[in-house]
Design a protein around this ligand. Structure first.
Ligand code: ZN
Length: 121
């Protein structure tokens, strides 16, 4: 049975465009299922929040990009400092936390139903 449709921006029970399932949402859902707190809500973005959602998504993509580059740099720096198993592990852990930090600003993507809007600016 499907649950309520809830807007991810204003958190209200509204109809709207569905958001895309991605690895993050799948992971959260799996964890919730294991904990038995899965709500079965359909996550949407309502009409009033579409623009806000797009801005938030863009901001998240930028953040993720920046932190991924930083994570890669940190990893390389660790390798250069000393090429040992320890520094590889340390580099990986540091990189992992960088990505984790970027994920705190996570925002899902809104489904476009195949009609990609390409507005020239
Ligand atoms: Zn909304």
């Amino acid at each position: 049975m499907k649950g309520k449709s809830v807007c991810v921006v204003c958190r209200q029970e509204k109809k709207g465009e569905r958001i895309e399932d991605d690895i993050y949402i799948e992971t959260v859902r799996n964890i919730k299922r294991k904990l038995g707190i899965v709500q079965n809500n359909v996550l949407v973005v309502c009409k009033d929040c579409t623009q806000k959602a797009e801005e938030k998504r863009r901001r998240f993509e930028r953040t993720l990009m920046t932190w991924s580059i930083l994570a890669a740099l940190v990893f390389v720096v660790f390798l250069f400092m000393s090429f040992s198993l320890n520094s590889i592990l340390l580099g990986l852990v540091a990189a992992f936390f960088f990505i984790l930090f970027a994920m705190t600003s996570y925002f899902p993507k809104v489904e476009k139903h195949g009609k990609e809007r390409r507005t020239a600016r």
